[in-house]
Every structure is written in C-alpha cells, then in structure tokens.
Design a protein. Structure first.
Length: 151
C-alpha cells in the first residue's frame, strides 16, 4: 500500500517531465494505472493461487478420484490350514486384463483398487486342483470376499 501512495503523490521531476499528481490533472495516468495493476497482481497472486488450490481440492477431488472395488479372501486346504504362496489371478472379463498375486503367510490375498466390471478368480498351487470362480461383478466401492478351499 505504501507503494501506491508513493506513486500517487509523485511530483514533477526536476527535468521538467510531468509526473502524476492530482494537482496537474494526472497527466501520467497510464503510468499510474500500470503501477497500480502491477501492485494489485503481485499482492493478490498468493491469494489467487491459494483460492485456486482450495477450489480444486474441494470441488475437483470427486472428479479426480477413481471409482474402484476390491476382491480379497483366504486360500486354505481341506483341513483348514492356510495355503501359502498360491497364485491368485483376477481377470477382467470385458478387457482381458489380469492381475496376479500370491497368498501371504496366513493364506490371504487382496486385490485393491480394481476397475469396475465382471471378473473371474483363478487360484493355483502345486499339488491342488485349479480353483475357478466366475461371474463376479464389481460395482462402485464393492468389497467382495472370495474364500477358497483347494482340493
């Protein structure tokens, strides 16, 4: 603000060139307008950026968020013991895209953030028959549990 007051009260220069002053009719109004515009843009710039960021976070988040679902479960043998390291594959029927992982030390597996669609789950482990579950439908935020007993 002090710069604006300083620019407004600038008097004629010693060389005789007119400066801006309310007394001389504002002969240099264009210069004053430019100075004022620079001051406004430099003072408001951080606020404009902050406001833009807040708007994006408040209103843009739902747009940027992806719509996904999950499939998880446990892989066990006929006695109920965990099957460690079983290969579990989730296949999107529409796209043919496969997601593969292995069951952990407790026999659990979890596919997080799968795109919506129709899926098949296949579980394989040496010494067991292949398990296949078809017709799984993932809707918005669905969390399907497919527990598997390999035989």
């Amino acid at each position: 603000m002090s710069r604006q007051i300083e620019v407004f009260h600038r008097m004629p220069q010693a060389s005789g060139a007119p400066g801006f002053s309310p007394r001389n009719g504002g002969s240099n109004r264009a210069e004053h307008a430019m100075e004022h515009t620079k001051q406004i843009s430099s003072n408001r710039s951080p606020w404009m950026v902050l406001n833009l960021l807040v708007a994006v976070l408040l209103f843009g988040s739902p747009v940027l968020a992806s719509v996904t679902a999950s499939i998880s479960g446990a892989v066990k043998d006929p006695s109920g013991a965990a099957v460690v390291g079983a290969t579990v594959t989730a296949t999107n029927v529409e796209t043919g895209i496969e997601h593969t992982l292995h069951s952990n030390a407790q026999g659990y597996y979890s596919f997080q953030e799968l795109p919506l669609g129709h899926y098949n789950i296949k579980v394989q482990q040496t010494g067991f028959k292949t398990f296949l579950q078809t017709g799984l439908v993932l809707d918005v935020n669905a969390a399907l549990v497919v527990d598997v007993t390999l035989i």
